[in-house]
Design a protein around this ligand. Structure first.
Ligand code: ZN
Length: 145
């Protein structure tokens, strides 16, 4: 794909997260582990979280894949850290809206997440960007049972 169509500032933010991932690793004694793949691109991600009293006390990711999938995971961990599960799910919903080209509301507390907005011009890469958020939603749903 040709990233030249992406806004230059956004592209540099994405590459910064890819090269210097935030919260990479595994949360020791975490309360939740989720693994998810995106076979169309070969992206693999594992999230570990420590959720206490409905608050994301810690979250880390590890895995391998393209720059979009890894940068998105890095951005997501920053966005949801110390947020409530409810708020994290709202963020996941707004991210999904952004990727679908619908009206969305990415607020300042979501950090760099909006840098991925331009990815919605590349339908084949949308799954790369949403992988980490889909994994998060899956984890919260399963822990809700
Ligand atoms: Zn990918």
């Amino acid at each position: 794909m040709n990233f030249n169509n992406l806004n230059q500032l956004y592209r540099s933010v994405i590459m910064d997260h890819y090269k210097n991932p935030r919260n990479k690793g595994v949360v020791e004694n975490g309360s939740m582990t989720i693994e998810m793949n995106n076979p169309t691109c070969g992206d693999e991600i594992q999230l570990t979280l420590n959720v206490e009293s409905g608050i994301v006390k810690d979250v880390k990711f590890q895995g391998q894949g393209c720059s979009i999938s890894m940068a998105s995971a890095s951005m997501m961990t920053e966005a949801i850290m110390n947020e409530s599960v409810e708020r994290a799910l709202e963020m996941a919903n707004e991210f999904s809206n952004m990727m679908l080209g619908e009206d969305y509301n990415i607020t300042d507390d979501m950090g760099d997440v909006e840098a991925l907005q331009g990815v919605n011009q590349f339908p084949a890469r949308i799954k790369c960007a949403t992988l980490t958020w889909k994994a998060l939603e899956k984890g919260f749903k399963e822990s809700d049972k």
